[in-house]
Design a protein around this ligand. Structure first.
Ligand SMILES: *Cc1c(COP(=O)(O)O)cnc(C)c1O
Ligand SMILES: [Zn+2]
Length: 446
């Protein structure tokens, strides 16, 4: 039960720090106050700690590393006030992130603080009576949640003196890296599978960095990038989701923080979260646990539900089979942003969903398209296919009795529908008519 022991480690790492974050001596791992309240990297499997550096695997057991903190366990009211007085971006949570205190003044995209929409119309359609919210991350600078994770990785890259920002991407990440590097004045070179949606290819290229399309799947792209990092060619490169992955992951915690703050500093009962590599889901759980440990919200149970597309559902399949490990698959789905056949954080997703009493479900491409239309029609939110996955899974969870409709639920939309127009290609005019009233009448529209 790797994650349960990590949960304990995460709580332990929230030790009392008498000074304000950033001035604690333990924060100094050779980089001064560059990492704010972050104290070390810690292995999720064996707990071994390493200095903050551009490494991502435990040198003892090869387990994944994550950022550990000396969080400011002071007066929660004071911390809440400090956060509320902060900027309308993820940087309001700088005291809880591995970033320098002046982070908001550095050139970056200032992502986050996106809308939490009370989705009463959708709730009525789905039969949810306990309250339903859509956390709409299409409102980020490059129109997906990826701006959050890239912003934190960018700060780490700057601190480590890395000169090229890079990533292996299913589409959204490439655009987020390109834009962030452009704003920060860094070189970027990003890698994508060759068969992505055209809008995502344009977004990845338009910011002027180098874009390389790889003949293969995302998992091939990822393998290639790991090879590049190990080679002298990769010297000075910061792959946000590979060698900067521990820092990158922390960006997803801000979704947990924002949801809690926007609900009036409390936790919802259920969260429905998409799964690609599983990083976002695991870090939202980490963020929720930190909020409780810091006394920023009242401790209460919450259930985390994972959402996949049937055409790439290795985590859902493992959940349903009762397995602890995830067997890789070859993806075939319109939800390309979630098409990772070998998800790095899959086992941790299984632990978290089981521990919290949630489940992992999947929906067909047809159900994804229906859910995109449903969300658009009920709430005026145009989601990309990943949002179709979460809303479609929410519908299925309710229909199959896996999620209590009388409980309060937050469903994530992580990207913008304009990026995946092909998914709704059949959508168009109700009628095409001559510009006359009689034609309007004849079309049955009067
Ligand atoms: C990357 C991505 C996710 C989640 O990815 P993880 O690898 O699981 O963190 C979700 N939605 C969209 C639109 C994405 O681009
Ligand atoms: Zn280890």
């Amino acid at each position: 039960m790797a994650v349960q022991s990590t949960a304990a480690a995460a709580t332990q790492s929230a030790t009392v720090s008498p000074e304000s974050p950033g001035t604690s001596p333990s924060a100094d791992a050779g980089y001064g106050t560059s990492f704010g309240p972050a104290a070390a990297l810690s292995c999720r499997e064996c707990g071994t700690r390493f200095p903050l550096s551009p490494i991502f695997a435990c040198q003892e057991c090869f387990g994944p590393l994550e950022v550990a903190y000396d969080l400011p366990l002071g007066d929660p009211d004071e911390l809440r006030r400090r956060i509320e007085a902060g900027p309308a971006s993820i940087w309001r949570y700088a005291p809880l992130l591995p970033v320098p205190a002046d982070v908001a003044e550095r050139p970056n995209l200032n992502p986050g603080w996106t809308k939490l929409i009370k989705a009463d119309n959708l709730a009525r359609e789905l039969g949810v009576t306990g309250g339903l919210y859509v956390k709409d991350d299409s409102g980020n600078p490059t129109h997906s949640f990826k701006d959050r994770v890239v912003a934190i990785a960018l700060e780490a890259a700057r601190t480590f003196g890395l000169t090229t920002l890079s990533c292996s991407s299913t589409g959204n990440l490439a655009g987020a890296v390109g834009a962030a590097a452009a704003r920060a004045g860094l070189r970027s070179c990003v890698f994508i599978p060759h068969d992505l949606e055209s809008a995502k290819v344009v977004m990845a290229a338009v910011y002027g960095g180098e874009l390389v399309a790889i003949e293969g799947s995302y998992d091939d792209v990822n393998r290639f990038c790991s090879e590049l990092i190990g080679d002298p060619i990769g010297e000075g490169w910061g792959f946000v989701n590979v060698n900067l992955r521990p820092y990158y992951g922390e960006g997803s915690k801000t979704l947990a923080y924002e949801i809690a703050e926007q609900l009036g500093w409390r936790l919802p009962d259920n969260l429905v979260i998409p799964i690609a590599s599983g990083s976002q889901l695991t870090k939202i759980d980490k963020g929720l646990k930190e909020l409780i440990a810091l006394g920023l919200v009242e401790d209460k149970p919450y259930r985390i539900y994972g959402a996949q597309a049937e055409g790439c559902s290795p985590v859902s399949a493992a959940f349903k089979a009762g397995h602890d490990v995830v067997r890789p698959v070859k993806p075939d789905t319109i939800a390309k942003s979630l098409a990772i056949g070998n998800p790095a954080d899959g086992p941790y997703v299984l632990d978290i969903t089981r521990r919290t009493g949630g489940t992992v479900e999947d929906v067909t491409d047809e159900q994804i398209v229906d859910a995109i239309a449903l969300l658009a029609r009920t709430e005026g939110v145009f989601a990309e296919t990943a949002g179709g996955v979460t809303v479609g899974v929410l519908r299925k969870l309710i229909e199959t009795g896996q999620l209590d409709p009388a409980a309060e639920t937050v469903v994530l939309n992580t990207g913008d529908g304009l990026k995946t127009l092909d998914a709704v290609a059949g959508t168009g005019p109700t009628a095409t008519i001559r510009p006359t009233l009689s034609a309007f009448r004849e079309a049955g529209l009067a």
